[in-house]
Design a protein around this ligand. Sequence first.
Ligand SMILES: Cc1cc2nc3c(=O)[nH]c(=O)nc-3n(C[C@H](O)[C@H](O)[C@H](O)COP(=O)(O)OP(=O)(O)OC[C@H]3O[C@@H](n4cnc5c(N)ncnc54)[C@H](O)[C@@H]3O)c2cc1C
Length: 425
Amino acid sequence: MTTLPIAVVGASAAGITAAEALRRAGWDGPLTLIGDEPHLPYDRPPLSKQLLHGAWEPAKLLLRTEEQLAPLDLDLRLGTRATGLDVATRTLTLDGGERLACAGVIIATGVAARTLPAADGLAGVFTLRTLDDALALRDRLSEGARRLVVVGNGVLGCEAAAVARELGHEVTLVGREPVPMAVAVGAGIGELLAEEHRARGVRLVTGEVAEFETVADGSAARVGGVRLADGSLHPADLVLLAIGSEPAVGWLADPALDTADGLGCDAYCAAAPGIYAAGDVARWEHPGHGRPLRFEHRMNATEQAMAAARNLVAELTAEGVVATAEGTEPQERRPFAPVPYFWSDQYGLKLQAYGLTSGADEVETTVLDGEARRAVALYGRDGLAVGVLACALPPRQIRALRAVVATPVPWEEARDRVRAATATG
Ligand SMILES: Cc1cc2nc3c(=O)[nH]c(=O)nc-3n(C[C@H](O)[C@H](O)[C@H](O)COP(=O)(O)OP(=O)(O)OC[C@H]3O[C@@H](n4cnc5c(N)ncnc54)[C@H](O)[C@@H]3O)c2cc1C
C-alpha cells in the first residue's frame, strides 16, 4: 500500500468528475486536484449562452459547492499550474517548483482558446473559454449597443452571435467556410442555421482576417474594425475570436507521451502506465469506431473522466497499490466506448447530435419544417451510419435517433430507422 496521492490535473468538468469517480472506485488515499484557474470547478457551456445573456450569474455555473466537495477530502490546489510530468516516476512539477510524486495521474487540462498574434494586447478583442473571458465580454456588451464582429462561424461563434443579436447588438459573423458550422455538422444543417441567423439580423460574411483596424483610446490602441483578405472592412467596437482551440498539452514534454493532437491514449484512456487522460485534452482509440477520436463535448468530459478513474484504480489494484475489499472481485479495466453526444443552443433552437457528425463521407439532411427549422441529418462513413443530428425535435424522437447510431449500422437500414423515428409529430 502507498501513501502517495493520485493527482488530477485540471479542475473543471472532467477533473472534478474524475476525483469523485476515484473515491467511488475505492481510492481512499490522498487525492490532489490541481487547477490553474482561481475558481471552484464551473460549467463552461452556459458561458456562451445564459451567462453571456445575463440570465445567469457565475454562482449558478458552479459544478460543486464547497459543502459538496468536503466529503471528497481533496487537497485542492486552485490557482496552481502543473508545469511538467515525469512519466517513469509519475512525478508532477507544479509552478513554484514543488515536485509531487504520485501513485497515479489523471490529466484533464482541456483546451485553450486559439488567438491571432495581431490581436495581442489590442483592447476590445476577446476570446470565450473561461468564466473571466465571458464576464469581460458581457461587461462590454452591457455598456450599450455595440458593433460586434465574431471571427469564426463554428459552434461557439454561432452561439455568441445569437446571444449578442438577442441583446440588440449589431453582429457580423465572419467564417472561412461560407456555411456556418459546416465543418461540425455538414452544409445542410449549416444552411438551416444560416437562414435563422440571417432572419434574426446577423450579417454572415465569408473571409479570412488580414488585420485589425485600430483607433486611439487614450495612450492605448483599441480595435476599430476587421479587415479581411479580400480588402473589405467590417467596423467593430468589439471583436470575439472564436477560431478554435489548442489542447492544453504544452506542459507535457516527456517523450514517452504522444501530444500530437491532445494527449494520445489507448482504448482504456491510458497515456502511459499509471497516467490517464479525460475530457477535451484526451485523444483515445474508440473501440467502436476503430480510430483515434478527441471530442470537445461536455458529456464526453464526464463520461471519460469516470472511465479513466475506474481504469486507473483497476490498474493500481492489479499493481497491488490498492487493496481489493474482502469478498469482492478486483475491478478489470474496460475500454471506453461511448455514444458521443453534443448539443448547441442558438436562439430558441436546440441541436442535439449523437455519434460522429464531422468527417462524414455521406450526409443526408431532411428538413421536416423549414419555418420552425425542424430537421434531422444522418452522417455516414464507409457505408455505415455513424452519426445523427436533430434540430428542434421533441425528446421522444431524439431518444429514438440515439438508438439508431448507438453502434455503426448499414446506411440504408439507418435511413429507414431515421425516417420511422421522425415520421410523426
Ligand atoms: C463557451 C463554451 C460553450 C460550450 N458549449 C458546449 C455545448 O453547448 N455543448 C457541449 O457539448 N459542449 C460545450 N462546450 C464544451 C465543454 O464545455 C467542454 O467539452 C468541457 O468543458 C471540457 O471539460 P474538461 O474538463 O475536459 O476541460 P476544461 O473545461 O477546458 O477544463 C480544463 C481545466 O484545466 C485547466 N488547466 C489547463 N492546463 C493546466 C495546467 N497545466 N495545470 C493546471 N490546470 C490546467 C484549465 O484552466 C481548465 O480550468 C462549450 C465550451 C465552451 C468554452
